[in-house]
Design a protein around this ligand. Structure first.
Ligand code: GLU
Length: 320
């Protein structure tokens, strides 16, 4: 493996990592963390992680970038344009296996696992009076299917497919969450797919001015979805998660995770994980978004769908 970037091994400040104590001044290193749209959960949680790393590792600056999310993020890492990414477990697995939307590409080699994070639920949001009560009812309507290159968009296609509908049956709009909820509010679209941690900011925002509902994915269909695409599992959105939705809604979930480029030195990844799982950082993440409270050292390697980064392997070997 070749490393195109050098990272500090010394000069840790603040919550002070023991590594390299007494060694020479560290090199400066700037890393980019690919997240998602501003209306999602990747962006705010990624911002809080970037801040924690910048504060916690001397000589390191991490910047959270807004992107089209998972599919784009896998490519950004592979192309060497991002160093770290928040990404769905299903999408990164497709990337390293050249499957689904990556069919025909070379299997990606630079996306390596750093930590599993939290569940991301498939949410099909509509206005309460839209008349859309099932996935099949989407036929003949205008549907936001996620940003171009998002994991959401892949999930929208797969879920509709299992229910016997495709882009031929709907008018699809490739919109990030923030634009999708504006379009729902203005009546320009009828429903929007979102794959994100709950409560998702843009859905909360829509629910503050409109009566909304979430289209259920019934248990038997959830099973068919999981049979066809094994990364999905059934889950319930508890009543009260969003204002005006008092009943539980059945749907399916995938998982959010953190990846690191194979170009990053093991030492860098190990230091970032030390900061990530510091009690203070976990508290900050939990304060930033409810799904930040799901991030724990105990669950960080559970159902990891790709190879771990050597730095992550060293960190978990020592700490789990
Ligand atoms: N999982 C979403 C996607 O890859 C992004 C979620 C978010 O921005 O929080 O499309």
């Amino acid at each position: 493996m070749t490393y195109s970037r050098k990272i500090l091994t010394a000069g840790i400040v603040g919550a002070a990592l023991p590594l390299g104590a007494g060694a020479a001044q560290a090199d400066e290193l700037s890393l980019s963390l690919a997240t998602g749209g501003t209306g999602g959960v990747y962006f705010p949680l990624g911002g809080a992680m970037a801040e924690a790393w910048t504060q916690g590792v001397d000589g390191l600056t991490v910047t959270a970038e807004s992107t089209g999310a998972s599919v784009v993020n896998a490519r950004l890492i592979e192309d060497g344009e991002s160093d770290l990414a928040m990404i769905q477990n299903d999408i990164v697995n497709y990337a390293v296996n050249a499957a689904e939307m990556f069919d025909g590409d070379d299997p990606m080699e630079r996306n390596l696992g750093m930590a599993m994070l939290y569940p991301e639920l498939i949410q099909i949001v509509t206005l309460a009076d839209s008349g859309i009560e099932s996935v099949e009812d989407l036929a003949g309507t205008n549907v936001a299917v996620g940003a171009p290159g998002s994991g959401t968009e892949a999930n929208a296609r797969q879920i509709m497919e299992v229910h016997g509908i495709s882009y031929d049956d709907i008018s699809e709009q490739f919109l990030p969450f923030g634009e999708a909820v504006d379009a729902l509010r203005d009546g320009r679209i009828d429903a929007a797919f979102l794959t994100a941690g709950i409560p998702t900011g843009s859905v909360v925002d829509l629910g503050s001015t409109e009566d909304i509902s979430i289209v259920p994915i019934e248990a038997e269909n959830a099973e068919a979805i999981a049979d066809a695409y094994p990364f999905y599992s059934p889950i319930t959105i508890e009543g009260g998660t969003y204002s005006g939705i008092d009943e539980d809604v059945d749907t399916v979930t995938v998982l959010a995770m953190l990846t690191a480029s194979a170009d990053l030195e093991a030492d860098a990844v190990e230091q970032m994980l030390t900061v990530l799982f510091d009690e203070g950082t976990l508290e900050t993440l939990c304060d930033t978004h409810a799904r930040g409270c799901d991030i724990t050292l105990d669950t960080a390697t559970e159902a990891m769908p790709i190879d771990l980064h050597p730095g992550a392997e060293a960190f978990y070997d020592a700490h789990q």
